[in-house]
Design a protein around this ligand. Structure first.
Ligand code: HPA
Length: 279
């Protein structure tokens, strides 16, 4: 498996270069980092007077950015908190590179975030959940076949063998569920499984995933959750269940349908994120 790593520079040096640039631009001490998933990027526009930086401007983040997604870092104050939002993510399927998929999270960790909110659109495997609803991720299964921590450990971030027992912070999860219920928003809770994509799963794969305990399936989030866990950052994961997974309804799944469903749920999504930000 060949993997071309950026420019061959040490990861710590790359991150330091990104960080110095962001500090110069005024991105200082955010408390919360957010990664917005497919179809959910509009949330970034809610920040007033933001600092907006195209990924292509940020040293070491520009390489390989696929331009059919929005790719912007948006920083500012929102609901009384300093937040940094990654509007658009690097997917593993774009370049077969976990390092790249996790890079924005590493940068946010270096900026000093205390909490990370990861969002995605996912296929719904659990038939007691509904397409169009949200799922709080309580654990994940990494079936990508890869891991962003492979390679020399970055001791500045965390240990060689990080624990993954509390990857999705149990206290924050309990609190978010309670607050969502008070607001009348149903939050399912379950296990997210990452597949590499970009092909959607086959019906047989979905039956397998159901058997191994997955409630939702997607092509992201796990790389970021692993590096956040490594760095000791409290993480919340929220999946928008854009469609029933392959074979459940018998209808084919399209990328357009996923993006459209997510865009249609933007108001509820924003409410859930507001609750997650103010926990
Ligand atoms: N499978 C994988 N990823 C997805 C899906 C799906 O059904 N829907 C949205 N992202």
């Amino acid at each position: 498996m060949s993997m071309i790593k950026y420019s061959g520079k040490e990861p710590v040096i790359r991150i330091r270069e990104s960080l110095e640039f962001l500090h110069e631009k005024g991105v200082i001490d955010p408390e919360i980092g957010i990664v917005l998933g497919t179809g959910l990027n509009d949330f970034a526009d809610r920040i007033k007077d933001p600092i907006v930086l195209d990924y292509n401007e940020i040293p070491n983040m520009e390489s390989g950015w696929v331009s059919d997604h929005r790719g912007e870092l948006v920083y500012g104050e929102y609901l009384g908190k300093k937040i940094v939002v990654m509007a658009g993510r690097f997917h593993y399927y774009e370049s077969h590179n976990m390092d790249k998929a996790a890079y924005p999270t590493r940068v946010m960790a270096s900026l000093g975030i205390k909490r990370l909110i990861l969002t995605n659109s996912a296929g719904c495997i659990n038939e007691s959940f509904e397409a169009g609803s949200f799922m709080l991720i309580n654990d994940h299964i990494n079936l990508s076949g890869d891991n962003p921590l492979i390679g020399r450990n970055i001791d500045e971030f965390g240990p060689r063998f990080p624990d993954m027992t509390f990857t999705y912070d149990p206290e924050l999860r309990a609190e978010l569920k309670e607050r969502a219920a008070t607001e009348g928003i149903k939050l399912n809770e379950g296990v997210y499984c990452m597949m590499s994509g970009p092909s959607f799963e086959t019906p047989a794969e979905i039956r397998m995933l159901r058997t191994v305990g997955a409630d939702a399936v997607g092509m992201s989030t796990v790389p970021e959750a692993i590096v956040a866990s490594h760095a000791g950052i409290k993480t919340i994961g929220i999946s928008f269940l854009s469609n029933m997974a392959a074979g459940v309804t018998g209808k084919p799944i399209t990328g357009e349908e996923v993006s459209k469903a997510a865009a249609e749920s933007r108001a509820t999504f924003a409410k859930v994120l507001d609750l997650a930000i103010t926990l």
